[in-house]
Write a new protein. Structure first.
Length: 246
């Protein structure tokens, strides 16, 4: 013990280190001092710790995040509608007294499916819509393209549809409502110059002063009939018959 204290310089009374040196009376006291120092470090860590979140607060945060996600999904999928009973027929029979009721329902269903009515004649019993461009994959809020295959086709091709609803006398004193959807494909006769490359004058040819190529395509568009859209017809019939409308 004495040998260990011989290396420590003698301190004068009243020195600030007097009380600290008094504890260094031997190896045992030094060990105890080291243990106390380590405990002090553990109790007062110099590393800033992250605040702990209680279980109740964590549960409320998870619920809030989940609710926000459900709201976003519901907003993105607002164009998707619940499935209705599928109808295999392209017409609907009802009593003549319900003709006005189903006429109004037909117009409301067309508006709900984003078809604009072009002609409406009760005397002829015909409701015709304007042509509407087919909605693609990135337009799920437009229900005119029924099924994934139809949406992919409308994304890759120029497709348009027209709806014709007829209300005519049927068999056994009933009134028959029919739905017909005509589908057409655009057939451009020439090169369409509706892009940057088509409006550029090539160096290999003589420059022409005709600026028609920067205005539009070389000819009017032609539309080729590709038949009827049976899937959309069945959807419209099902909505006219079963859909709960305001």
């Amino acid at each position: 013990m004495g040998a260990w204290r011989s290396d420590i310089p003698e301190k004068t009374p009243g020195s600030p280190a007097k009380s600290l040196l008094r504890d260094f009376s031997g190896p045992v006291t030094l060990s105890l001092w080291r243990i106390s120092f380590v405990r002090a470090l553990n109790g007062h860590s110099f590393v800033q710790r992250r605040p702990r979140i209680s279980a109740g607060l964590a549960g409320r945060l998870n619920t809030a995040v989940l609710s926000l996600g459900l709201l976003l999904v519901a907003g993105c999928l607002s164009g998707l509608r619940p499935a209705l009973p599928h109808s295999e027929v392209s017409g609907l029979l009802f009593s003549p007294a319900s003709a006005d009721f189903y006429w109004q329902r037909s117009v409301m269903v067309l508006n709900r499916n984003h078809f604009q009515v072009a002609r409406e004649s009760r005397l002829e019993g015909v409701i015709e819509t304007q042509y509407r461009a087919g909605s693609g994959v990135l337009e799920p809020w437009h229900p005119d393209s029924v099924g994934l295959a139809s949406r992919v086709e409308s994304s890759l091709q120029s497709i348009r549809r027209k709806v014709t609803i007829g209300v005519q006398p049927g068999d056994n004193g009933k009134t028959l409502l029919t739905v017909r959807v005509d589908k057409e494909l655009e057939d451009v006769p020439g090169l369409a110059a509706n892009y940057e490359g088509g409006a550029t004058f090539p160096e290999s040819t003589v420059m022409s002063r005709d600026l028609s190529q920067v205005v539009g395509q070389s000819g009017t568009s032609r539309w080729v009939s590709v038949g009827r859209d049976r899937a959309l017809e069945q959807q419209l019939i099902s909505e006219i018959r079963y859909r709960q409308l305001p």
